[in-house]
Design a protein around this ligand. Sequence first.
Ligand SMILES: [Mn+2]
Length: 423
Amino acid sequence: MQLNSASKQSNGFLLTTEPSREDADVEISLTSSPLPSSHGEGKNRKYLGQRGNALAFQKSEELQKTLLAHRNERHLVILQDFPDPDALSCAWAYQLIVEQYDIKCEIIYAGTLSHQENIALVKLTGLPAQRWTSQILKSKDLSSYQGCILIDNQGTTSQLLTAVQQAGIPLIAVIDHHSLQGEYKSEFIDVRPHVRATSTIVTQYLQSGLLTLDSGIAQHVKCATALMHGLRSDTNRLMQAQEEDFMAAAYLSRFYDAQLLNAILQANRSKRVMDVIERSLKNRIVQNNFSIAGVGYLRYEDRDAIPQAADFLVTEENVHTAVVYGIVHDEEELEVVIGSLRTAKLTLDPDEFIKEAFGQDSTGRFFGGGRTGAGGFEIPMGFLSGSNENSAYAKMKWEVYDSQIKQKLLKLVNPKDNPIQSE
Ligand SMILES: [Mn+2]
C-alpha cells in the first residue's frame, strides 16, 4: 500500500492544474515549488518540470481519484487484438499501479502476439497478458468483473469490447495516444494524440507518484524495460520522439535493464514473415512517392508481417509513404483484410488518410485509423470469408479485394484522379 506517496503530492497537483494543453509550451518550474518534497519526489518533479507536465499531473491526480473509488474490485484491461509493445507494457504498468488500491486487473487480448519482438517481450519479462479466444471468453463469468479499461486503443481494434460491454461491465478508463475515435462513457479519459506513445503517458503517471519504481524490485525493472521498449517502438527508435517522450525515456533509463531490452530486440523474424516481406517487394507499385503492395493471403499468426513489410517499403528512396495489405485468415475460415500504413511525410496524417480512403461501415464505424507516422485498417470479409479450397476462386477473390483497395488508395495518391482536386 503506497497510497500516501501519491496523496502527499496532491498539493503539487493543485499548483499545476490551471494551464491546459494550450499552455504546454510554457515551462513550469516545479522544482522551485516551496512545498515539502519527501521520498525523492522532488527529483521526480524535476523530470516532469517541462512542457506537458501540467496535463500529466492533472491526469495522474484524476486517475488516482478514480482508482480510490474502485478499491477491492476486479477489472479487465482490454488490449487491441494484436497488442504491440506499447500496449503490453502500459497495461502491465497499469496493473502494478492499481494493485496498490487492491484492484485486481487482468490484461486480455483476443488475437495473437504476432511480432517476434512481442513474443520475446512477453516471454523474457514474464509479462502477465492473457489471450482470450472466443471459447475462453464463453467460459468466463464476466459478472465477476466490475470494470474495464482500454489502454493504447479505444476499443475499435478489439473483438472483446463488445462482449464485455454486453455483459454490462462499465468502462472505467481510456488511456491512449491515438486520435479520439468517438464519444466514450468512461469515468477517466486520458487521450493525448500529440504524445507519441502511451508508454510516455503511463511513465508520467509513475513519475507523478502513482507508483514509486524501485530498481531493487525485479518486476519493476522488467516493467520499466517493457515501457522503454514500448516507447522506442512507437517512436521509431526515438527518432520521432518529442521532448515529453525523451523525458519519459530519461526517467525509465534509471530503472530499465539494457541487456534485457537488447535480448528482446534480438528476436529474429520467422521465414514466413520474410516471405511476406518478399511478396510486398515484388508486388509493390510506386506512385507519387507512395508505395502500395498487396501480399495476398497470410495466416493469422503472421499478421504482424504486414506492418513489418510496410516499415521496410517506406525505406526506399523517393518513397515517403507505404501501404501494405493482405487477407488474414484464422483456423476457422474467418477472413479479414488487414493493412498497415507507414509514412515519413510530416504533413500526412495517417488517421485522416485511412478514414478518407476507406470510409465507414454500415454502423458508422471507420475501418481504421492511426497515429503519428502510422496507421492501420481492418475490413471484415463477412459472407465472402473462407471456401478457398478452390484456388481459382481464392485467386479471384484476392484480385477483387486487391483492385478495390488499390482504387481507393490511388484516388488519394494521384490528385488527377481525385475529383475534389481536379481543375
Ligand atoms: Mn501506441
